[in-house]
Design a protein around this ligand. Structure first.
Ligand code: CMC
Length: 433
């Protein structure tokens, strides 16, 4: 049979005996085609039940390719290993947003635009000061990104390409400023304004750590390591936060509000919050001797080995491999993090243990990133903020794709209703006697 003849699925509905031919395109069938399968004209059509979207494609996308079985990650077709080794975060951001690598002139213009939008309105500073002294920086970032929509009301004009470009530049540029100020707030330190003589990542480090010195110049190896970490986090196709950006963006709200939803999703411990959870876990384990007990707890289902397992990767996460290598570069400058020994031992045991092997649980991007971040002297609360800064170009590339995709509609899943029906309401005065 020719491949094309086979590109249909024949479904026999045993409730009615009817048969349906449903086209298969790109390895998927349209859920709407299933909706045509019904037992009677006035009955609802067949739907798929898929909590967590484990087997549902929500869009067509040309941004990021992942092969979870093989451990492959590519942005716009370029392998993550090559980008991490040879590119820079801002070049990768351009690639994600524009779909291709920049010429020299395009790159220079892009860097210039981003550099000159790093400042935020002074009132942003005012309301960031209003958070409680111990506010989680990720909560501050989420609120302040959302608040930017009030500073740029024109951002709601999402059908204008130039306008979209402007907001994308602003958001990539301002994210480090908001992230750094969230960090300084928790420390009770004055906010540091952007230094536009510095590159994107060096400027971020300056806003984080500068005190009374005229100019803050971070060690080049640390700047490069953080830049690589941003590259590794820049996109990851339809993950929880990207899905949140797309879902909220599908209402045609402005991109600041959509990205604020992405930051909120990333905040959770099963997503971007995992690196913070890894570090807390390593500290709780404390020493190598405690590992067997901890691992037993994981296998008994009382614990989770944070930084392990992935919805998509059923192999070593390619980002984890690169981060493991970046650990060496960073520890050369900062000295080795004593928790590394515990992490390496956990990994060694897990990669050989039947529980993990059977379930294809391998280290993910968060397993080692926390150790690097700690070496930079970031408190765990900041880890997810760093992830969010890296992920911003990815969220925006996906948002851009969404708003230009004619097939997209407002996100509105179905449900299977399990509650009561047609009850008679009894007023409180009668119910309570
Ligand atoms: N430790 C112990 N057992 C695990 C773990 C883990 N980290 N992850 C999955 N399992 C077990 C799980 O208990 C289940 O076992 P069983 O079949 O006996 O019930 C099986 O493996 C499948 O797990 P699942 O929860 O159904 O898988 P999922 O695809 O829904 O969840 C995950 C993926 C990432 C949420 C999960 O692996 C997890 O919670 N990992 C720890 C948190 C973490 O590191 N998250 C960062 C993800 S990478 C960053 C990002 O891209 O967002």
């Amino acid at each position: 049979m020719a491949a094309n003849d086979a590109a249909t699925l024949t479904i026999r509905d045993n409730r009615t005996g009817s048969e349906y031919d449903v086209p298969i395109t790109d390895g998927t069938i349209k859920a709407a085609d299933l909706g045509k399968i019904r037992t009677a004209e006035d009955e609802p059509g067949l739907a798929v039940y898929d909590p967590g979207f484990v087997n549902t494609a929500s869009c067509r996308s040309s941004v990021t390719y992942i092969d979870g079985e093989q451990g492959i990650l590519e942005y716009r077709g370029y392998p993550i290993e090559q980008l991490a080794e040879k590119s820079s975060f801002l070049e990768v951001a351009y690639l994600l947003i524009k779909g291709q690598l920049p010429t020299k002139a395009e790159y220079d213009a892009w860097v210039h635009e981003i550099t000159y939008h790093t400042f935020v309105h002074e009132n942003v500073k005012g309301f960031m000061h209003g958070f409680r002294y111990d506010a989680h920086p990720m909560g501050m970032l989420m609120a302040s990104v959302g608040a930017l929509s009030t500073f740029y009301p024109d951002a709601r004009n999402i059908n204008d390409a130039d306008n979209r470009h402007m907001q994308i530049v602003r958001m990539i540029a301002k994210m480090p400023t908001l992230g750094a100020w969230s960090f300084r707030h928790a420390q009770g330190k004055p906010f540091v304004y952007p230094d536009n003589d510095l590159g994107y990542t060096a400027n971020f480090l300056s806003m984080l750590f500068k005190m009374s010195e005229q100019k803050f110049e971070a060690d080049e190896r640390l700047v490069r390591a953080l830049d690589v970490l941003f590259i590794l986090h820049a996109d990851h196709e339809q993950n929880c936060s990207t899905n949140a950006v797309r879902s909220v963006g599908s209402s045609q709200v402005d991109p600041y509000s959509a990205v604020a939803a992405g930051v909120a999703a990333l905040y959770g411990p099963l997503h971007g919050g995992a690196n913070e959870a890894v570090l807390r876990m390593l500290k709780r384990i404390g020493k190598k001797e405690n590992i067997p007990d901890f691992m037993q707890g994981v296998k008994d289902g009382n614990e989770r080995l944070m930084g392990f397992g992935h919805r998509v990767y059923k192999n070593y996460d390619p980002r984890a491999k690169i981060i493991k290598k970046a650990c060496d570069d960073v520890f050369e400058v900062t000295g080795v993090n004593p928790l590394l020994e515990i992490a390496q031992e956990l990994e060694k045991i897990a990669l050989e243990d039947e529980y993990f092997v059977k379930r294809k649980l391998y280290p993910n991007v968060d397993f080692y990133s926390g150790l690097i971040y700690e070496a930079f002297q970031f408190p765990p609360e900041m880890f997810t903020v760093l992830f969010a800064i890296g992920r911003t170009p990815g969220w925006l590339a996906q948002w851009l794709e969404l708003v230009q995709d004619k097939e997209q509609k407002i996100a509105r899943p179905k449900q299977i209703y399990t509650g009561d029906r047609t009850l008679d309401f009894v007023p409180a005065s009668e119910r309570w006697g």
